[in-house]
Design a protein around this ligand. Structure first.
Ligand SMILES: [Zn+2]
Length: 418
């Protein structure tokens, strides 16, 4: 199994929008650009919603069948660990192995020394192709970095082998993610991580390092855009070097866990892909659920009423809802409207506060972030929520497709602004 050059990870919390999401990839095909859909859902999401990985697979299969999609598609067990991988073994064929928790864990001095001895190439001047920068890694730096990451990579290899034993090596795509940690990895660190991954014979096809800047859920990038672009270029160049040096899969590419909607860096991502003829896996978060809310609010009547009700409860429970996402949400309480105020909103007021159109004066980033983490409330409503999704399918699907195609696929993969 070999992942194509361009792929997009999308979330579908309630497993009702797979077809509308796939339609965005169909639209890209219509423009001559193949963007492979990957439906990602983490163990955390399944647990908060009370769903099983099987539901993601069924929704994906049904969408592919309905739209006669002939290309690849995958279901991604997102951010899994040794403890959580089991429930995903049967139905997923893409595994994002998360080892952020093991970064910094100690490994034996013998392991570190053996790694340093095995990799004299890292102690010579490393000149990456396509960038001006070169590195000099000292033996001391190499030891320190190896100490920091080796245990994590060995842990990832353990998870990988568990999946391999269950599914067979050729039947899934493996990604290693180190993005959910406190500090961005430098290109030199990435090289060392990739060398360790190759040593462990883990044939990853995507890797998700952490970049500088903030990648808050559902809202734009907060950080230095130019710095992101040079960081991404160095990472892509480092990956190219590691492919040649260590025989890692030649389609190995960056996976950018965007948390969705990093509109300001999308043009940088596109430019960097062009510059290096590189591919990217763009992983978005579950913002499709916000398009469901937008669709319900747009529909008016009971849909709008329910959307307001969800906000009122989210407002009341904001501390609890934000807790699992503490490092990736940044809500300014003063920006949140009171539930009383929202109760009087029209469809237009609700949708324009929530819809991510940065140039619109009515767009409210705090409102959007709170609703992003409020899906648990809709999950608890059960059929009441799902019935309204079904009743308003057309208007919701239009919003889902338009969002994914115009705001994500177009700028990243086609280099076009909506
Ligand atoms: Zn991530």
């Amino acid at each position: 199994m070999r992942l194509s050059k361009y792929s997009i990870g999308t979330g579908d919390r309630f497993a009702h929008q797979a077809e509308a999401q796939l339609r965005a990839c169909v639209q890209a095909m219509g423009k001559g650009v193949e963007v492979i859909p990957v439906w990602n859902k983490s163990n955390r999401e399944h647990t908060l919603i009370g769903s099983e990985p099987r539901s993601t697979r069924q929704a994906a299969d049904a969408a592919v069948k309905a739209l006669h999609w002939q290309k690849q598609y995958f279901c991604d067990a997102d951010h899994i660990t040794l403890q959580t991988v089991d429930r995903f073994l049967e139905t997923c064929d893409f595994y994002t192995i998360d080892v952020a928790d093991s970064i910094g864990q100690l490994t034996t001095p013998a392991n570190v020394e053996a790694f340093v001895e095995r990799h004299p190439e890292l102690l010579q001047r490393v000149q990456l192709e396509g960038v001006d920068e070169s590195f000099e890694i000292t033996k001391e730096d190499l030891r320190t970095t190896t100490q920091k990451f080796l245990a994590a990579v060995m842990k990832a290899a353990e998870v990988y082998r568990k999946i391999e034993n269950s599914k067979g090596a050729d039947n899934f795509i493996a990604e290693i993610s180190t993005d959910e940690t406190d500090r961005a990895q430098t290109p030199a660190e990435l090289l060392i991580i990739l060398a360790a991954i190759a040593d462990e014979h883990v044939p990853i096809q995507t890797i998700a390092p952490k970049f500088s800047g903030r990648f808050n859920k559902g809202v734009d990038y907060v950080g230095d855009v130019a710095e992101f672009e040079s960081e991404m270029a160095l990472d892509v160049a480092a990956i190219g070097w590691a492919i040649r040096q260590y025989g890692l899969p030649d389609n190995l590419k960056l996976s950018i866990h965007s948390g969705s909607d990093k509109f300001s860096i999308y043009p940088c991502i596109h430019r960097t892909m062009e510059r290096f003829s590189a591919g990217v896996h763009l992983k978005t978060a579950g913002t499709t659920w916000l398009e469901e809310l937008i669709g319900l609010a747009e529909a008016g009547g009971d849909g709008l009423k329910l959307a307001k009700e969800i906000y009122a409860e989210a407002f009341r429970r904001q501390d609890e809802l934000c807790a699992p996402y503490a490092t990736v949400v940044d809500i300014r309480r003063g920006e949140l409207p009171s539930p009383e105020e929202v109760r009087d909103w029209s469809s237009e007021q609700y949708t324009s506060a929530l819809r991510h159109v940065p140039a619109s004066a009515a767009y409210n980033r705090s409102f959007r972030q709170l609703m992003h983490v409020a899906f648990k409330i809709a999950a608890k409503m059960g059929d009441r929520y799902l019935d309204l999704l079904r009743q308003n399918e057309a208007v919701i699907a239009r919003n889902v497709t338009e969002n994914l195609y115009e705001r994500h696929i177009m700028p990243v993969f086609l280099g076009e602004q909506p």
